[in-house]
Design a protein around this ligand. Structure first.
Ligand code: HAM
Length: 417
């Protein structure tokens, strides 16, 4: 056993999976930058107050925050998500609206680790501030949908709901409280405790014992104002017109308290139901104001990178990109030639590797083969003396050639083209 291992819920991502993480972000950036979103890179650490706005009654804030007092006596926290940070940045820098931002990077939540649930996990996401238009809701949701399509992940369902205006939501929460209090003895202990903090969260319970009381609970649609219902109807019509399929789920309330009106989740069929959300989002029109800014509508989503990659593995979608080098330099003449040649070829933009420690020809050729290189460039004592090198194709039957060092680069480039 090594002395140190990663902490629970934390993971090392090694190659080639790390290349897949990077490629994931590249594909996401392509999709959203083509729609006018610019990257924002918020810090990992913020004043804890920024995240308090996610909701005192949420697990994310009440139980899972990595917060501490720093050496300057500031109460800070590692971000559990990035929406609050993006809104804090908006208030601080006041960019022109609509502000269309995208981000990627790690977040921290002290959760119970399991497959698809980690204490450090990566997200990519978008946020748009300053626009109160149901067609923006449709744009944001559609971009998420199109991204999964670009990845090649097929078993994704888009689930939609509206939590109504804040007043609708308030009346709904009160009705839920009364309903669940009347059925308190049927609820699980955990849900009874949740009820005391936030009746809406009881709807998230996947426990069989809670199912009958949840099934009989009032539905949010009965509480929508005329305006909230009209907004939601337009979102659905826009998705219909763009051919984005969805299902409506009145029980989709999401785990964060800032949501109002449109909420949605992308769920992967291959994952267990407690961890099947590969992404989620919604409107949070009051959050900027809560953080000290002017009243500003906002909407966005975040997608879980780790969890989406698990869903891709389950489906055989989005394989790691190939990481092979172009050429491998084998040097049995001491090693200095390999240094000069790798440097020359790399300066010309080629992907080149070599072996070290003066290993035998046989062992270096083995490494060349393992590297996936298409060519070996070989320098033995004879070649070193003559100022030549051998270019040997590794993946075809083509003959090897011996070339003067001055012609090596052009020969290698030609052989690779
Ligand atoms: P969230 O639903 O908490 O929303 O997280 C979004 C996604 O991040 C989840 O659907 C899941 O894929 C992934 N995720 C969350 N927690 C974990 C975890 N412990 N381990 C692995 N993956 C995880 C938000 O974070 C909001 N900020 C989304 C948003 C943006 N709403 C509006 N704008």
């Amino acid at each position: 056993m090594p002395t140190f291992r990663t902490s629970p819920g934390m993971r090392d991502v090694l190659a080639p999976d790390s290349a897949r993480f990077r490629h994931f972000t590249t594909v996401f950036a392509d999709v959203v930058e083509a729609a006018g979103y610019g990257q924002v890179i918020p810090p990992l650490l913020e004043d804890v107050g920024v995240f308090a706005r996610i909701g005192d009654a949420t697990d994310v804030v009440a139980k899972e925050m990595y917060d501490f007092v720093d050496k300057g006596e500031r109460h800070v926290a590692l971000r559990p998500e990035q929406t609050a940070s993006v809104c804090r940045a908006f208030v601080q820098h006041r960019p022109a609206v609509p502000w269309k931002a995208w981000y990627s990077g790690p977040n921290f939540r002290y959760e119970k680790p399991q497959r698809g649930r980690y204490r450090q996990f990566d997200q990519v996401g978008i946020e748009v501030l300053g626009v109160d238009d149901p067609y923006l809701d449709a744009e944001v949701i559609t971009l998420g949908w199109e991204f999964f399509d670009r990845l090649g992940l097929r078993g994704v369902t888009l689930v939609l709901n509206s939590l109504g205006e804040p007043a609708d939501r308030g009346r709904y929460v009160e009705a839920l409280r009364q309903h669940f209090e009347a059925h308190a003895d049927e609820l699980s202990d955990v849900s009874r405790e949740t009820l005391a903090r936030n009746p809406l969260r009881v709807l998230d319970s996947k426990r069989a014992q809670d199912a009958p009381a949840i099934a009989a609970a009032p539905r949010i649609g009965e509480f929508w104002s005329v305006a909230a219902a009209a907004h939601f109807a337009t979102v659905q019509r826009a998705l219909d017109a763009a051919g984005v399929p969805y299902t409506l789920d009145p029980l989709l309330v999401r785990g964060l308290d800032y949501y109002r009106r449109t909420t949605f989740e992308f769920q992967a069929a291959s994952l267990e139901s407690a961890q099947n959300a590969v992404g989620g989002g919604g409107r949070y029109d009051g959050l900027v104001e809560d953080l000290g800014g002017p009243p500003t509508p906002g909407i966005g989503f975040a997608l879980g990178v780790d969890r989406t990659l698990i869903a891709c593995d389950d489906e055989g979608a989005f394989p790691p990109p190939p990481v092979a080098v172009d050429a491998f330099v084998v040097d049995t003449a001491g090693g200095a030639d390999a240094h000069a040649i790798t440097t020359e070829l790399r300066r010309a933009g080629l992907r080149v590797d070599r072996a070290f420690e003066g290993r035998s020809m046989k062992s270096q050729m083995k490494s060349a083969d393992r590297s996936g290189a298409r060519l070996a460039v070989i320098v033995g004592t004879d070649e070193a003396t003559a100022g030549t090198a051998v270019v040997r194709p590794l993946r075809s039957d083509a003959a090897q050639t011996t070339v003067a060092r001055a012609e090596l680069l052009s020969t290698v480039q030609e052989a690779l083209s």
